[in-house]
Write a protein that binds this ligand. Sequence first.
Ligand SMILES: *[C@@H]1O[C@H](CO)[C@@H](O)[C@H](O)[C@H]1NC(C)=O
Ligand SMILES: *[C@@H]1O[C@H](CO)[C@@H](O)[C@H](O)[C@H]1NC(C)=O
Ligand SMILES: *[C@@H]1O[C@H](CO)[C@@H](O)[C@H](O)[C@H]1NC(C)=O
Length: 514
Amino acid sequence: MVHSGMPSFSRLLALSALVISLVISSTSAIVPPGQQGAFNQSITQPSDGPMTDANLIVQTAGEVNQKSGAPDDEAPDADIPPTSVTAIDGVLMSSTVADVTGSTSSHRRRPRHYFGRLDRRQSGFEEIFAGLPADQHDAAIEGTAYLTYTLVPNSTYNIDACLAWAATIDGCVFVNLYYEFNNYLLDFVFSEESNLKCVAYADIHDASEKTNFGGQASYPQAGGYILSSVDNNTVPLTYITQSSGWGLQSLIDPADPDGYSLVFGPTGGANNAAGYMGFALIDKYDVNACAQLCNGRGIDPVGGGCAYFNIWRAVVDGNPTTYTCAMYYLVTDESTAVNTGQGSLVVTYSRGYKRISVLPDGGFEGYTACDDFCFTTSDGTWIGTSPSDGDQDATIFFFPPYAYTGHSVGLLGAAFGDDSLLGTLSPAVPLATKAGVSYSIQCFINTAFSGSTLEASANVDITWNSATVGSFSGFSDWQFVQATATGTGSDTLAFVGSPAPAWAFIDNCFVYQA
Ligand SMILES: *[C@@H]1O[C@H](CO)[C@@H](O)[C@H](O)[C@H]1NC(C)=O
Ligand SMILES: *[C@@H]1O[C@H](CO)[C@@H](O)[C@H](O)[C@H]1NC(C)=O
Ligand SMILES: *[C@@H]1O[C@H](CO)[C@@H](O)[C@H](O)[C@H]1NC(C)=O
């Protein structure tokens, strides 16, 4: 650099000596990471965090009422409402998944078949229970996961029309077919002119759930123009006959939700595991709804984002009652799926799903070149680069005391503290993203190594195809950091920082579909 008032060479020497002595005096206590120095202060050592609160889940499952059937006063062929959330963390509610998560993407994903493909279902329906003889009053199903109903021509007991319609209803695995008498809307209003109701459900029900015997006053009250023939001006009450049930023998295997992969299931065991973030009850067995709840769950300050969910169906006294999504920031598997239920509640169709990170080895745990202390500028998965004058400004350490979890960790800032240039840690290959999809980049960063004064100038930029999408600066114990970016199909992620002795450690990084 050439300045007009350039200092003399001797003055420059004196100045640099002064700078060096200042640096040495203020950092004399600091042994750099490259020499296995210690943190200036004690730092967070995360525990495994809370365990599944099975008692609260079971208690809440006993409080929700998700059982229904075709309403007396609703027109046929109503749209199927989006999956609804009936409780979160023990608090009852009635909300859509989108409202709970503040997400707009759920609508985009709605058309997915949440139970799998239609063609597997079309021919598979069998009679699960028969209706009572035509001259006896019967009852309609009140069960979970009611979807919608239609009216089929009632010239015969038209199971064929009912099953053909069911095959067009996304998620339908069971229908209840019955006649409903004395329903004014069926008899005089709806254009179908039929009282034969075909009712679709996304779960399989049995005859023990025939609890709707009718008994509603549907016809207009006394004095009505239509009732001249009704003695005493009393209205006839609705009643039901020939209520039969047709469905699959078991629920269809769902396709994996976007951004997740199946870890285990279906089994009869719910996870009892660490890193538990809470639970939601939803109104049908909808793995996509659980995935969206996990994506939108928010952040645990110690554990970070939701990384895993366990969906299962609660059967109480033999009948489906509700559907649980339990969420975790730690990934678990079938080995912890040990909770088979309690009391009259039985766990069924339990599946675990792991959130897919497109970032390989975001915890640097693949670096195992030693078993006590070592470091490198590249381990094959990650590459650390320094500016041309720099020396090991981005490195990967094997040393459990430096890691947030596990044994290895990334370091930004000259490992020996011999320059204050910014290093770059980047995956060796671009991330295999989906074009146009939004990603959440999540990491833990620690800038506490050399104490609050020296670390005040710590700075880490998160870049995506060289554009800065997030940054972190200043002194901090392990801290969750998040940024979002849009995939192009092949994206270069990098962490850039931090001027030694304001070192920055990074660990437990994930790049999730948002
Ligand atoms: C068919 O439904 C219509 C409308 O409810 C009803 O008036 C008629 O009696 C029904 N026919 C049979 C055979 O149940
Ligand atoms: C009219 O109602 C009364 C009381 O409910 C009942 O005793 C009587 O039999 C009814 N009459 C007719 C014709 O239905
Ligand atoms: C830690 O850092 C603070 C502030 O920079 C400093 O005053 C203190 O001496 C340091 N302690 C140790 C043990 O290095």
